[in-house]
Design a protein around this ligand. Structure first.
Ligand SMILES: Cc1cc2nc3c(=O)[nH]c(=O)nc-3n(C[C@H](O)[C@H](O)[C@H](O)COP(=O)(O)OP(=O)(O)OC[C@H]3O[C@@H](n4cnc5c(N)ncnc54)[C@H](O)[C@@H]3O)c2cc1C
Length: 333
């Protein structure tokens, strides 16, 4: 049975599950066993619940991965790329993974090449697609500054290693897998000499109450929340969020709309994958136009909206952003 390991970037946990879509495309005709390595931050809630706690760092991955291995910050700190590479190397010795997938986030890009060197294997960086062609797997990545897409075929016995561009793959399976959670407890010898002196919460420099256009995301865009920024840029608006996004640590509390967040009155409010709970709607006052994009046309937000788009919010963002950009280009020519 093929085995794949996904490394979770603590700063970008929203992309982890989507990496299963890469595995699905690689092993289209074959079964595979999925593993994830997650690192508990020093402020993580897992210390109260133990390895099987649904709210621990493994919590969001349960039901999706067959095995989740938790690594306590007491063994390796989340920023310690050298220590993490040692743990990944040890896991490779033990489980002999056929593929190791790392998100191509800033931190993932620090891990992937170091690990490939330790494992004496190659790496395909910044992967955007996987294709099955003539019985073999082609790994697709942009080359020559994105002017062409290169199809790469790996050979040799090492694990196939890749860093995967965030937000490109989407895993649509709803989960439901039995997940076994275990703890990595072995001592780690090598550590990074880099020590963080101070950790600052990412500051948002705008006030959502002052924006005329708000692009607001909820549970339906949980795994692609960063993608809202493109539409906000194209429309010269700002991004806001429901509490679901904030509670998952994906966005700061300062951009939450609702009873326990902020009350906003923009001219245009685009609600992407937001259900419209009463506590959310309470924060939407005197809005001129509301557009709701939701896969469920009966979601409460739809009955409050001027325009309802039934469908996938990310598809809506991509199409509308492309249209706006094409329109702007056309207007300039
Ligand atoms: C005391 C209290 C205070 C609260 N304060 C707030 C607050 O200030 N703000 C707030 O927001 N909430 C608040 N809540 C939480 C609130 O009750 C809801 O739980 C929360 O608003 C749900 O967020 P959501 O609609 O984004 O997510 P969900 O309830 O998960 O809804 C997701 C929606 O996305 C749709 N969807 C799914 N996939 C897609 C897709 N691919 N494309 C498009 N649509 C999709 C679904 O049909 C659904 O309608 C509070 C709760 C309590 C008890």
């Amino acid at each position: 049975m093929n085995r794949i390991l996904v490394f979770q970037d603590t700063e970008h946990i929203e992309n982890t599950i989507d990496l299963l879509a890469v595995a699905e495309k690689m092993y289209a005709e074959e079964p595979f066993e999925s593993y994830a390595l997650v690192i508990a931050g020093s402020d993580s809630s897992d210390s109260t619940g133990g390895p099987s706690a649904a709210n621990g760092p493994a919590g969001p991955l349960t039901g999706f991965f067959q095995k989740v291995i938790q690594l306590s910050h007491e063994i390796v700190e989340p920023h310690d790329q050298i220590g993490i590479c040692e743990v990944l190397t040890e896991l490779q010795k033990e489980y002999k993974f056929d593929a190791i997938l790392v998100p191509a986030t800033p931190f993932g890009r620090m891990i992937a090449p170091r690990l490939a060197k330790r494992l004496h294997t190659g790496i395909v960086a910044d992967v955007t697609d996987i294709r099955q062609k003539d019985g073999r797997v082609e790994i697709i990545r942009p080359a020559y500054s994105g002017r062409i897409m290169a199809a790469i075929v790996t050979r040799g016995s090492g694990p196939v290693m890749m860093s995967v561009r965030p937000g490109v793959f989407k895993y649509s399976d709803g989960g439901g897998v039995d997940t076994e959670v275990s703890e990595y407890n072995r001592p780690v010898e090598a550590h990074s000499s880099l020590k963080p002196l101070e950790v600052k919460e990412k500051k948002i420099s705008y006030d959502i109450r002052e924006s005329d256009i708000l692009i607001s995301g909820g549970g339906g865009v949980l795994r692609n929340f960063a993608g809202l920024e493109h539409l906000a840029e194209a429309l010269q608006g700002r991004v806001s969020a429901s509490r679901k996004i904030v509670d998952r640590g994906i966005a700061p509390r300062s951009i939450q709309v609702g009873q326990s967040g902020r009350t906003v009155s923009p001219r245009l409010y685009i609600a992407l994958g937001i259900n419209g709970a009463i506590q959310h709607v309470e924060g939407m006052q005197n809005i001129e136009s509301i557009i709701a994009v939701n896969t469920n046309r009966n979601a409460p937000i739809c009955s409050l909206s001027d325009i309802v788009v039934e469908g996938d919010a990310m598809e809506f963002i991509d199409k509308l952003t492309d249209r706006i950009e094409a329109f702007r280009k056309g207007a300039q020519e």
